[in-house]
Ligand binder design. Structure first.
Ligand code: SF4
Ligand code: SF4
Length: 345
């Protein structure tokens, strides 16, 4: 089998055009209904596919994906923060599976996935639930908000809570916990810098000893400042969750250049877009936008990620907007388009 054909049954409207054009008789209509009420397409036997692409071209609902077998391994891994669907967590995860995504990065700081609320059996059940949907947990979010590890008043509490999330990651078999460590100041004598310098090695080492890394999200400061801190700490458990939109929106940094600056630290990334707005009364302002509509140069950004050898997830995050599901579908299709153009070449 040289080609792999996949049909997203939840997008299919059962028009049967693919059946008509396929010279190899690969497709048949199912007698079952999908969630939007259509008999969807099933694959009879994909091994006879000759890769002519007729099905992909004719499908009006962009429901068919075709890969060369060797390309399948190189596919862009696309995930989502399931909380972005603004549904109960398990419904958000089911939605991710329905949309044909590869993984999820759920919040584990409150609600059902707060480690305090999840027993050992609950953790096993959750792990099996995600696996049964053919999804991977690319990372879990262990961000408790506030000023991160820069605030001396809350840092002890934060260290303990973060360790609980790291323990949860261990039980779930997840290798990355993401967080915001706070705004890294330029001045190494600043109290925020000193607090981070004292606290982060403890959680970094705790994570590393369990085979996990704690990845801080980019954005509040330019990439070069974050690198300065990480280089100084030199702790194998401290890495980066790269968010190109945050760099554009908050620090006004160049996210393509930042990839090379932080290349040795990037273990996870968010797919998000936006623009920086003029400051108002000394306050930073920005606007998050659907993928491709902001100032992240996606083709160049993906080329840079590919060049540094990144092979992890691109996790869609959509924090605003009235219709998160539609924005997430748009983001998925936008990334799949670039996958063919830039990633698999
Ligand atoms: S690529 Fe061609 S042979 Fe393969 S499933 Fe599509 S139409 Fe059929
Ligand atoms: S062409 Fe697309 S929408 Fe129509 S039946 Fe085939 S997969 Fe479904």
């Amino acid at each position: 089998m040289k080609y792999i054909v996949k049909v997203n049954k939840e997008r299919c409207k059962g028009c049967k055009l693919c059946i008509e054009v396929c010279p190899q008789g690969i497709f048949k209509i199912s007698n079952k209904f999908n969630k939007i009420g259509y008999h969807y397409i099933e694959i009879i036997d994909g091994k006879n596919c000759i890769g002519c692409k007729r099905c992909v071209i004719i499908c009006p609902d962009v429901s068919i994906e075709l890969y060369k077998k060797e390309e399948e391994k190189m596919k862009l891994k696309i995930g989502v923060i399931p909380d972005c669907f603004r549904l109960p967590i398990k419904d958000g995860i089911k939605k991710a599976a329905e949309l044909g995504l590869d993984g999820i990065q759920p919040y584990a700081t409150t609600g059902e996935l707060d480690p305090k609320n999840l027993s050992k059996t609950g953790r096993d059940d959750f792990k099996h639930f995600v696996k049964s949907l053919n999804l991977e947990i690319s990372a879990i979010v262990g961000d408790f908000g506030g000023h991160g590890f820069a605030d001396p008043k809350t840092v002890e509490w934060r260290i303990e809570r973060t360790k609980e999330v790291i323990d949860l990651a261990f039980d779930l078999g997840v290798k990355i916990v993401t967080t915001h460590i706070g705004v890294v100041p330029e001045d190494e004598n600043d109290i925020a810098w000193k607090t981070m310098e004292q606290s982060l090695p403890e959680v970094g080492t705790y994570a590393y000893n369990k085979g996990i890394v704690l990845a801080t999200e980019t954005g509040p400061e330019p990439a070069i400042i974050l690198k300065k801190l990480l280089d100084k700490l030199n702790n194998p458990g401290l890495k980066v969750n790269y968010d190109p939109a945050n760099l554009v929106m908050v620090s006004g940094d160049d996210p393509v250049k930042g990839v090379y600056t932080l290349a040795n630290y990037i273990v996870h990334t968010h797919a998000k877009d936006g623009i920086k707005l003029p400051d108002e009364n000394g306050k930073k302002r920005w606007k998050e936008l659907p993928l491709g509509q902001g100032n992240v140069n996606w083709p160049e950004y993906l080329k840079a990620m590919k060049e540094i050898g990144y092979n992890g997830f691109f996790t869609i995050e959509r924090e605003v907007g009235e219709k998160p599901e539609l924005d997430i579908i748009h983001a998925r299709d936008f990334l799949r388009g670039l996958e063919k153009e830039i990633w698999i070449k």
